[in-house]
Design a protein around this ligand. Structure first.
Ligand code: MLT
Length: 390
């Protein structure tokens, strides 16, 4: 009766476990100021272009003419067109009906699995965003792990030794912050096409890319439209972690076993999803306006500055790390059990990060800090790090 695959999952989701430990600590130590650099949650409020658009939408909703009930499950045209226009910046041409508005990348990355057989083999990188792994464990799929380690710059390349049907790529990567160049993604696309695999490309951190060699979208690579689905979210791009809005792109040209995946996804979404609220979609549309882009870029610069503060502190302390350039995450070598390091930081300097082990076996002895805290707290956390006996 019950899906027994759940018995193969860890007791709780990574960030739930961190939240549990932090709550226990703060309850026992109410006088201590804890600085949270664990889950990638933003601290800057929504930018003015977004809140103005949402305020206007709320007022519209209070009028007979402007009220919106159920919307299209795949999103309003105004937002799908805004996303399509945004992709033109990367030389990517999308039809609006290839774009599906969602409540964020995490949900769609899990939900997309409805389209695939349970006996498909899955390839993820290790370390990996735990959602890719846990959602496949829930379905009982076989999972292969590609090592993302210092030796390969945390960027594993295709290997003929594993017969993957579904390939997850997150670039820039969570948790390491490494990002694939155009040439490297070309190899992945050609590998997926040659074997009929599907790439699930998570571009949640694309707005943090600085390096011109790093594509913002898998569709910058020719041939990706016949093998890749792309997921993006406004959570990190525009501070929508609590507001919830993202989008998934399923190209018309992606066909497997005679099925057009775009049509299957449309069927799935119209059946199981009632869309993102009108007010939120108006806010999301404003992210892609000229003013919205200017304002969110300022926020990203602020977080990047935090990353630079963390990086320069670690340079001084001789802590080796990667990330922070095309990504909001710093991935450091903690040289010990990563959950022990988590407890040490929490107990001794009241700084919360994410233990690398939560991202897979190669995450052991590593630790992730986010740059999404405030400038003041980031600076204070680094001062506390200097006092830590490592
Ligand atoms: C993270 O910290 O890895 C992300 O914020 C989690 C998420 O986006 O669900």
């Amino acid at each position: 009766m019950i899906n027994k695959n759940y018995a193969n999952l860890k007791e709780s989701y990574l960030f739930t476990e961190i939240g549990r430990r932090v709550k226990a600590y703060t309850q026992a130590n109410p006088d201590k100021k804890v600085i949270k650099m664990g889950i990638g949650d933003v601290t800057k409020p929504l930018c003015k272009a977004v809140t103005d658009a949402m305020n206007n939408a709320v007022i519209e909703m209070s009028t007979k003419e402007g009220f919106h009930g159920y919307g299209p499950e795949q999103g309003y045209d105004f937002l799908r067109n805004a996303v399509a226009d945004y992709y033109k910046n990367f030389g990517v041409s999308l039809k609006s009906d290839e774009i599906f508005i969602s409540d964020g990348a995490k949900s769609d990355l899990g939900n997309i699995l409805d389209l695939f057989d349970k006996d498909c083999n899955v390839l993820v990188q290790d370390p990996v965003y735990p959602v890719y792994v846990d959602t496949n464990i829930m379905d009982g799929r076989k999972i292969y792990y590609a090592d993302a380690v210092e030796k390969n710059g945390y960027l594993p390349m295709p290997s003929e030794t594993c017969d993957a049907d579904i390939i997850y790529i997150c670039s820039p990567n969570n948790p390491c912050g490494a990002a694939y160049t155009r040439d490297m993604l070309e190899e992945w696309v050609s590998y997926a096409n040659s074997r009929g695999a599907v790439i699930l490309f998570d571009s949640a951190y694309e707005a943090f890319i600085e390096d011109a060699q790093v594509p913002h979208s898998i569709y910058e690579i020719s041939g990706a439209e016949t093998c890749a689905i792309e997921f993006c979210s406004l959570s990190k791009t525009a501070g929508f972690t609590g507001t919830r809005c993202g989008y998934t792109i399923v190209p018309e040209a992606l066909v497997r076993d005679g099925f057009e995946l775009r049509k299957l996804w449309l069927r799935r979404q119209t059946t199981k999803f009632n869309g993102v609220s009108y007010v939120v979609q108006r806010g999301a549309e404003a992210v892609f306006s000229a003013e919205g882009q200017k304002q969110i870029k300022e926020q990203i610069r602020y977080y990047k500055n935090n990353a630079a503060i963390i990086a320069s502190t670690f340079d001084v302390l001789g802590i080796s790390y990667t990330g922070g350039v095309n990504s909001p995450y710093i991935w450091l070598d903690c040289k010990c059990d990563s959950w022990e390091f988590f407890d040490k930081l929490l107990n001794e300097i009241q700084v919360v990060g994410t233990p690398g082990a939560g991202f897979g076996k190669n995450g052991e002895h590593h630790f992730r800090l986010t740059s999404f805290s405030t400038l003041e707290n980031t600076t204070e956390a680094m001062e506390r790090f200097k006092k830590l006996k490592l």
